[in-house]
Design a protein around this ligand. Structure first.
Ligand SMILES: NC(=O)c1ccc[n+]([C@@H]2O[C@H](COP(=O)([O-])OP(=O)(O)OC[C@H]3O[C@@H](n4cnc5c(N)ncnc54)[C@H](O)[C@@H]3O)[C@@H](O)[C@H]2O)c1
Length: 370
């Protein structure tokens, strides 16, 4: 299990099964990249940080394996500010200009921003063409590339426009993580810790023990963390692909986190702004504190979670200057809410997340006020 060079695969079952492949140098593996492509057209969507690093090797490997392929490319500016209807429109235009037919395939080469946007374009072009996810951030390897949720943001909130569109394959090249900035690596580790927090206390302990190896990006530990996270995600999305039930548990910390992200604005990239994984880290601690306040969980578990996140260099408190009332107003727009009632993922303690309908807003406000 700890052989760094070995390929790991995780099967995602259900109505549209696919395989997640995890291993080094997979972006050079032409046969693997070409295997899911049914037709003649491939559009590679990437961002202006990832494209110069990896797009040419993907294109070369693909064309070598399948010389008759017509490969187009769309490059968007890096960052959450690009996950917009405008860039979605640009992806659709690129597909049209490529002459992409129903058997076309969109390759999402990048982090979660590219994955969500390209996936949504694939979901809409001709009412749905194939999408292959080539995640290059840890966060996208362990979370966003798996499960078929695609979306763009609008000023009123994150991910408010989108579709469920499972990928045809996920190919996670762990070598790509070598160029990932440390801050982005830590953001991905927040989502890894989330799997321990919601359903796997042993994994939570393992993450505490392997912290140094994971922060160093040690290959064996990293691949194991990705595979274990993907197994968890696969198990959940297989049983609940459309988030009618237990899939919501994956959103531990996300309602708080999205409120923070939206409230701080995702216009211009700003170093003080929390990124998605960091906002989720803060959100998980807020969810744990709320659970303790509602008498659902021991306060000691909040402390354990906070200590682990901090040991991983992640933030655990709301950034200064964000208004609690405004955050609450953002939370009311969350897609999980039903009939105007706040519906949140809370926990009974480490490893036991739970969806709680109709959470008392006054208690939420107290927690937001610290
Ligand atoms: N669809 C889902 O189920 C789901 C789940 C979780 C998160 N998300 C979404 O994912 C997004 C966040 O994803 P993210 O954290 O990957 O952000 P991201 O896509 O913005 O990537 C983070 C930064 O890292 C850069 N980068 C990516 N790969 C790199 C590499 N290998 N080397 C160097 N730089 C690299 C990117 O250019 C970007 O600047 C959010 O929009 C969030 O809503 C979706």
């Amino acid at each position: 299990m700890n052989d760094a060079s070995s390929l790991r695969t995780v099967d995602v079952g259900g109505a549209t099964p696919y395989v997640i492949a995890i291993g080094p140098d997979l972006l050079r593996d032409g046969a693997r990249l070409a295997a899911p492509v049914r037709g003649r057209h491939v559009l590679i969507v990437s961002d202006d940080t990832v494209s110069p690093l990896y797009a040419s090797r993907v294109r070369a490997a693909l064309v070598q394996a399948r010389p008759q392929l017509q490969v187009g490319e769309l490059v968007i500016p890096a960052g959450e500010a690009s996950k917009t209807l405008d860039h979605f429109g640009a992806a659709i235009t690129a597909l049209a200009e490529l002459g992409a037919t129903r058997d076309a395939c969109v390759f999402a080469l990048g982090g979660g921003v590219v994955g969500d946007l390209a996936g949504f374009a694939a979901a809409c072009w001709m009412r749905g063409v194939d999408c292959v996810q080539l995640p290059t951030t840890l966060l996208s390897m362990v979370d966003s590339s798996v499960g078929g949720k695609t979306a763009v943001d609008i000023p009123q909130g994150k991910n408010l426009v989108g579709a469920f569109h499972p990928p045809r394959a996920v190919i996670a090249d762990t070598t790509a993580l070598h160029s990932l900035p440390a801050r982005e690596l830590r953001a991905g580790l927040a989502e890894v810790i989330k799997y321990g927090a919601i359903r796997d206390p042993l994994f939570f302990q393992w993450l505490a023990a392997e912290r140094e190896a994971l922060l160093r990006g040690e290959a064996g530990a990293t691949a194991q963390a990705i595979a274990r996270s993907c197994e968890h995600k696969a198990e959940i999305v297989e049983r609940d692909p459309l988030e009618k039930g237990e899939r919501a548990l994956l959103n531990l910390g996300h309602t708080f986190g999205h409120a923070i992200e939206t409230e701080q604005g995702y216009g211009a990239p700003h170093n003080d702004n929390l990124n998605h994984g960091e906002a989720v880290a803060v959100g998980m601690v807020l969810a744990a504190r709320l659970s303790a306040r509602l008498g659902m969980a021991p306060a000691a578990d909040t402390d354990t979670l906070r200590a682990l996140l901090e040991a991983y260099g992640l933030p655990t408190t709301i950034p200064a200057g964000l208004d609690p009332q405004a955050l609450l107003a953002r939370m009311r727009l969350d897609k999980k809410n039903v009939a105007g009632r706040l519906r949140l993922v809370l926990w009974r303690g480490i490893g036991q997340a739970e969806v709680v309908p109709d959470v008392d807003e006054a208690a939420v406000l107290d927690v937001l006020r610290g």
